[in-house]
Design a binder for this molecule. Sequence first.
Ligand code: ASP
Length: 613
Amino acid sequence: MMRTHDCGAIRARDLGERVTVAGWVRFSRDHGGVLFFDLADCHGTTQLVFDPEAMSNGADVKSLEEVLNTFGRESVIEATGVVRERVSGTEDPRNPTGEIEVLIEKARLLNSSKQIPFEVAEQKNSLLPGEDLRLKYRYLDLRRVEMIGNLRFRHRFISCARRFLDEHGYLEVETPYLTKSTPEGARDFLVPSRTLPGHFYALPQSPQLYKQLLMIGGVDKYYQIARCFRDEDSRADRQPEFTQLDIEMSFVDERDVQSAVEDILFDVWKCVFGTELKIPFPRVGFEDAISRYGTDAPDVRFDLELVDVTGIVKTASYEVFKKIVGKGGVVICLNLKASLISSSLSEASAVGRKEVDRLIEWAKAQGIGGLTWMRVTEEGLSSNIVKYFSAEVRARLMEAMGVELGDLLLFLGGSDAQTRRAAGALRVKLARDIGLMNDKGHQFVWVVDCPMFKKDPVTGRLEPFHHPFVRPAKDDIDADGDMSAVGGLSYDLCLDGAEIGSGSIRIHDPEVQRRVFKLLGMSDEEIESKFSFFLDALGYGAPPHGGIALGLDRLISILLGCESIREVIAFPKNKRFQSLLDGSPAKVEDSKLSELQLLSLAEDEPDDSYEST
Ligand code: ASP
């Protein structure tokens, strides 16, 4: 071994010992001929000191000094010396090695470093460089304490989950990367076959079909830390490849899968945070989530629920609402309770007229016509429009909204889906603005009873709400019925307002599966060419089965409070799904294309076509 200790290991108990350490020179400073080096690795930082006066007689001080003078920032070195106490008053209580330093006797440069493009060391108030630069030099970014901490947390989370699953009879099975397309609603990444020209593999959007085939194969309980690939249009916080904790089980119903997930998370929580997670998680029906929270991924850490007051305000003579109701729209109200505001804010920052004006601007920016408000005063509701609301309507509103003195009622109106979505966003914005989530910890919630299908708003075609393998709540679905009413045995898991998991009980009857494919508009030929292998397999005694996949990148980034999933992925792509580190995706030589019998129709672009995040 080159070293006796890593850079985070030496303590006062080692005083007087001769140690050898290796790592990166994060900082160095010269205090009148006494040289200090902060030597760092992923375990910590140890202070090395070159103190000519403290060196034993006969030591070759001069040549040691010459060597030390070659140590630039982030060069990687090895040093041997004796552990001694730091001078009183210079200890660093924030650093576990802060009581000691190593008096250098011998040192050598293992490798030098070019000038670093950004600061790796943690510094007070230092700003991070732009994300582009961090991604381009990710290996330097990973040396930062925060990044190594993120990777360590991720590792710990996954290894705790693995241990739990192993102990509970789940078998970890790898499934192929070169597959036939698995429809999860995104585009496939295709891989051309050289040996079968014109034929392509698809990278799996998820191991969905394989895990179902494992159940048919009698595996019973499966899991995999699975990489999934989806060629979606780039969106702010998505990655073209991401990691799921993928699970499947035989002979289970929805509750079984849900409680299995709760048990896993309970155990992992204890392992990573040392606290007990409250299980079972609350459940909310899909429709209920939309109507109370305006989203199917609700943040249930705070109330501030949406109330549909269309039925109450429709009789008011207020033109704006009249028009909306006349067109079949809705009016949604939120009660920003005075008690919420005063408990989270100082009096001075209570939601006054200026803040309301800002909310109105915000609502306009959401594409909602505007926002109407009323304040609850000693005299009842007050605002510039209450005159259009009869005493009776006002009384009904106050009752429906459970108002108290000082409350602020906010109304959004318009078409159903858009208004609910905007009201849901307003709910979250208000909660953020007034700090309703502060000190609330994390809260999981199951969203259950999701529909089987959704309609493409443009073509009107049915699409699967999750994927086509979800078992319908009733197996006797027929094409003439109202498809929007068909429920699926599916469930999503949300954490703090983000969907972090999705699963379902699967169809195990080949005839039901065929019917669902047909409802989705597939012809017999299409079903045959895409799914005959799967329908065939279902026909050989497929057991009832179900499962779930948890999106680990998002889950871990929420738990770490990161702004983006890129913070918890060692080598992520940027927002345009490009790797600034290795320059992928990249062009390939024509010879490689012709080997695959492919022809590129892409226009020639300059080679610096790399766009930043
Ligand atoms: N394969 C699904 C997905 O990736 C998860 C599942 O249904 O288990 O969303």
